[in-house]
Design a protein around this ligand. Structure first.
Ligand SMILES: [Zn+2]
Length: 149
């Protein structure tokens, strides 16, 4: 069995089993702005050319700022009901992401969340694909890393 591949390889890593994926961001060499997804067309903050940005892998850890449960679906990839949320990553970037709690009752505004990989079908060659989701961290986990930049 070969290792699973990312359905969206430009967005996150696929680490060894059980480890959370890192998010593939970019950091502007002019102003330091961190962008996720990576800013392919230049810095969204200062307008610097794309060549001035460097790849930056950031931890998929943060605080769930808000969430909602979606009861109608637009895709077989997202069977309803499912949850989406706004997450402030510890790296300082706010993102919107699909949540994958073991139990939706575990979702809590202000709670800690972490990236995880979920099965996401197969490619045309039959290789397993994975996608990135966020789930509550059991027990809440103390914020680490020394605070915001
Ligand atoms: Zn910039």
């Amino acid at each position: 069995m070969s290792a699973a591949r990312a359905r969206h390889p430009s967005l996150h890593t696929v680490p060894a089993e059980g480890k959370p994926p890192e998010l593939l961001a970019s950091r502007c060499g002019e102003c330091g702005h961190l962008a996720f997804p990576a800013a392919r067309f230049g810095c969204p903050s200062c307008g610097a050319a794309p060549e001035r940005s460097a790849p930056a892998a950031i931890a998929g850890r943060g605080t769930l700022e808000a969430f909602t449960i979606v009861h109608r679906t637009f895709s077989r990839a997202f069977p309803a009901p499912y949850a989406v949320g706004t997450i402030l990553l510890d790296a300082g970037v706010e993102i919107r992401a699909v949540l994958a709690p073991e139990d939706r009752a575990d979702l809590e505004t202000g709670g800690r969340v972490e990236s995880c990989l979920v099965p996401s079908g197969e490619d045309e060659d039959g290789n397993a694909l994975v996608d990135c989701r966020f789930r509550p961290v059991p027990g809440g986990e103390a914020r680490d890393g020394g605070g915001a930049a």
